[in-house]
Design a protein around this ligand. Structure first.
Ligand code: PEP
Ligand code: MG
Length: 549
């Protein structure tokens, strides 16, 4: 029996056999040739084939896991059109007369090193994307895709050094019992994936993957961050009992379907789902969500070459509204920019994208794009119960401008005789500025939705994607809680509702906190609906509480 320690990404216990994915990078020979034309043609063929592959992976993942899991392929695909990357590759092919394989490898390494030295943690993480794209191109050249090693014949604990997004996408998610990697951070793609499919997962495990026996029995303890290979009988018994208890608990949660979400003292809390695709909306219905609290509309804008049309957006919003059968559907207007980019946006690289041209800043600057989205949303409102949510607000002026554009679009539609429903308007509170002036913002809108993901990173000055400051990133920090308390108190003073829609809404260790702060709703990823409902049913509220330091 061997026990390893890692960082926990998703809780729960899994017992099963190991499937080892040894994704050793192929050895690339330093090759040169006189036949430059042939190598350029091979490069072009590999590039196009890889782009097609990335598109397939994007759509497969979007369908299975939603936008959060799929966005990475859009980003990788953009690299293959990047003029700097292409200049570099063509220079190596033409001037240095490298073979196609060698040029792909060298160009990949050049850009990976460049990214690896960047100050922003987010950009540093892109080094692995560049290497991933280079190895996909190498596989395209070798014609390897049709016999990929990532098929699971039976349920297994997947163990790897690291899992690239394309490898993860090719796994049959229904057969993954747990994910264990020796590298990666809790914000890496493996981690996002694990949380979406809801399996126990560990990253940064102190093991040498080469020494882990394939097919051996193993245990993953997602709570304690422990990976046990070839457990002895006593350990098997202990974990067997825990796993059975967990299965029973999960089964037991099914009884909560159809129940109202009320605290032990009888306060009603709206329990909604976050969705980033139509597949997520299905999952929300399956898990008995009381509505959609955050529909991230960005997926409609990504992985394409021009803005989505009004008709295209209308079709999606109306479908969501209809599927939810009159339950509330809060659609957030495009929170583009920062890490959500497409080539056609034409946004120059920024030193601090999280503090840059994103969210409402971009929408208020590109009013045609914004008006198109508002028209689609308002038209769809006739088919259900739609509310609109504006992201990344920092000032009263932004809210005023968004509301004015909304009113103008609404008036135009009514003049055209188009039927529209009553649409509430809310804003995301995800910047300290918005929290601090929430008393000035409350009269303007119908509701607030607190984005703890960004509110935490901006309040604590801790990049949400940087593993080095992971220990500082804490939505339960008194500074964040005080912000939330202030927002709730300002909103309640004038009878407005407050929901939390960041990841922290699903953190069961914080459920009591949210209840006692008096929030009116929580919006969580679909697999968390029933566990959070159970936690709320047990939680007592103490409305006059103040946050301690
Ligand atoms: C948030 O910031 O908490 C949020 C819900 O928005 P996103 O995660 O999409 O930035
Ligand atoms: Mg946000």
């Amino acid at each position: 029996m061997k026990t390893y320690q890692g960082k926990s990404v998703f809780g729960g216990v899994a017992v099963g056999n190991i499937k080892l994915l040894q994704n050793k990078a192929p050895k690339v020979e330093a090759g040169h040739t006189q036949d430059v034309r042939r190598e350029k043609l091979r490069f072009e063929a590999a590039r196009l084939k890889t782009q097609a592959k990335l598109k397939t992976l994007y759509h497969k993942t979007l369908k299975e896991l939603g936008e959060a899991g799929a966005a990475i392929f859009e980003m990788q695909s953009m690299l293959l059109d990047d003029p700097d990357y292409l200049d570099c590759a063509y220079h190596l092919l033409e001037e240095q007369q490298m073979t196609c394989e060698y040029a792909i490898f060298q160009a990949g390494e050049y850009f990976a090193k460049l990214f690896g030295q960047m100050e922003s943690a987010y950009l540093r993480e892109r080094a692995s994307d560049v290497r991933n794209v280079a190895s996909l191109m190498a596989e395209a050249l070798a014609g390897k895709w049709d016999r990929h090693i990532y098929t699971l014949s039976q349920p297994a604990i997947v163990v790897a050094d690291t899992l690239t997004p394309s490898e993860a996408a090719q796994l049959d998610k229904s057969k993954v019992l747990a994910l264990v990697t020796s590298r990666g951070s809790v914000h890496s793609h493996t981690s996002i994936l694990a949380r979406i499919i809801g399996v126990p997962a560990l990253v940064g495990v102190n093991m040498d993957v080469g020494n882990v026996p394939d097919r051996a029995l193993a245990i993953v303890d997602g709570e304690q961050g422990v990976f046990i290979v070839e457990p002895d009988e006593k350990t098997q018994d202990t974990y067997g009992r825990i796993a059975r208890r967990e299965r029973a608990a999960l089964q037991g949660l099914q009884r909560l379907k159809g129940q109202k979400t009320v605290t032990a003292q009888g306060s009603r809390i709206e329990l909604l789902a976050n969705a980033g695709s139509l597949a997520d909306v299905e999952a929300a219905i399956q898990n008995d969500a009381e509505g959609i609290g955050l529909f991230r509309s960005e997926f409609l804008y990504l992985n394409r070459s021009s803005y989505p049309s009004e008709e295209e957006q209308f079709a999606v919003y109306a479908q969501v509204a209809q599927k939810m059968k009159g339950k509330k559907v809060v659609i957030r207007t495009a929170d583009l920019g920062a890490d959500k980019q497409a080539g056609y946006f034409g946004i120059q690289p920024e030193a601090n994208p999280a503090l840059g041209y994103r969210g409402i800043r971009l929408s208020l600057d590109r009013t045609e794009m914004f008006r198109t989205q508002l028209r689609a949303l308002l038209r769809a409102s006739h088919y259900g119960n739609i509310a609109v949510l504006y992201p990344m607000i920092v000032s009263e002026q932004e809210v005023d401008r968004a509301l004015a554009l909304f009113a103008q679009v609404r008036k135009e539609l009514l003049e055209q005789g188009i039927q529209i429903g009553r649409v509430e308007q809310g804003i995301m509170i995800e910047t300290p500025a918005a929290a601090l002036i929430s008393d000035l913002l409350t009269p303007k809108v119908d509701f607030f939705s607190i984005g703890t993901n960004d509110l935490t990173q901006y309040t604590l000055a801790a990049d949400r994607q940087n593993p080095r400051v992971e220990h500082l990133y804490n939505p339960g920090h008194p500074a964040v809680l005080r912000m939330i308390q202030m927002v709730v108190s300002h909103a309640h003073r004038v009878g407005k509702r407050v929901c939390i829609c960041g990841e922290a809404a699903a953190d069961l260790a914080l459920t009591k906190e949210w209840v006692s702060l008096g929030v009116d709703g929580l919006s969580v990823a679909p697999p968390y609906i029933l566990p959070v409902r159970e936690a709320i049913l047990k939680a007592l509220n103490s409305p006059d509480r103040t946050v301690s330091t």
